[in-house]
Design a protein around this ligand. Structure first.
Ligand code: XBP
Ligand code: MG
Length: 256
């Protein structure tokens, strides 16, 4: 069985959280003359909340209870988030944020072999298309049958809504797909939608609980840069290619 592949974006395709979202949030705070600065460590804590606007709100509630709230708090957060999205897209469009090891190779191979591909992410649609065009291939947005992003569903990850939305649009059953995620919130979302999930950890997520993931790897690997297996069994494979995704799916379905 050839699986359809559904990819998370932030932390999975590229280290966008630390290298781009965080930078863009701080640039937006400066533009708004706010004396706020999110360090890498603080941002790691704030990542518990998915969605940029939701994260700003959480920061205000948890860390700045005395900050004078504007009358239209939602409008203020929306404007701030819009500025953040502008800085984020400028940075991503510069092509300075590389994809993680193996991502380009796997997606290119899957596209050439005609596998069905999709994206399921919490971030804004524009952020996804800019990243794909700048870092994967200028034409690559069209490789993805569905890009489920941002506010198209009422509840963001760890709710399964965005994965269910993608499955529904593609008329696919979860057991015929593999989700690629980097975080516990992402795994919860994919698992609750019934999707077999491969995790590639990063510095922000390496201590999280990935019970229930099919395989946990440090990255997807390249022929000259093998992955390390943290959890699960991939035989003698050293990098994730389409052949390995088929094997992973077959093994997953044996246990259903
Ligand atoms: C990760 C997120 C996002 C980004 C911010 O999304 O939590 O909220 O940090 O994106 P995923 P926005 O891992 O699902 O790709 O500011 O555009 O909301
Ligand atoms: Mg992620």
């Amino acid at each position: 069985m050839t699986p359809a592949l559904i990819f998370d974006v932030d932390g999975t395709l590229a280290d966008t959280e630390r290298d781009a979202h965080l930078v863009a949030f701080n640039e937006a705070f400066a533009e708004f003359c706010l004396e706020w600065y999110w360090s890498e460590t603080l941002y790691g804590e704030l990542l518990a909340v998915t969605g940029g606007k939701e994260r700003i709100k959480f920061y205000l509630d948890q860390y700045l209870p005395d900050f004078p709230r504007p009358d239209d708090l939602d409008g203020f957060i929306a404007d701030l988030h819009k500025a953040k999205t502008k800085y984020y897209n400028n940075l991503i469009a510069s092509g300075k944020i590389p994809l993680r090891p193996g991502v380009k190779r796997l997606i290119q191979e899957a596209h050439e072999m005609g596998l069905r591909l999709a994206i399921a992410t919490t971030t804004t649609l524009e952020n996804v298309t800019t990243l794909l065009e700048a870092s994967l291939d200028p034409q690559s947005v069209a490789w993805f049958e569905v890009i489920g992003a941002g506010n198209v569903v009422p509840k963001k990850k760890p709710a399964p809504d965005i994965y269910r939305y993608v499955l529904e649009k593609m008329q696919l059953t979860a057991k015929d797909c593999i989700a690629f995620e980097d975080s516990e919130n992402g795994l919860k979302a994919a698992s609750a939608a019934g999707l077999p999930t491969v995790i590639t950890i990063n510095d922000y997520t390496c201590e999280q609980d990935f019970t229930g993931a099919l395989v946990v790897l440090d990255h997807l690997g390249e022929p000259d840069r093998p992955f390390s297996v943290i959890q699960g069994d991939v035989g003698t494979a050293q990098y994730v290619d389409v052949a390995l995704t088929k094997l992973i799916l077959t093994n997953a379905n044996k246990f259903i």
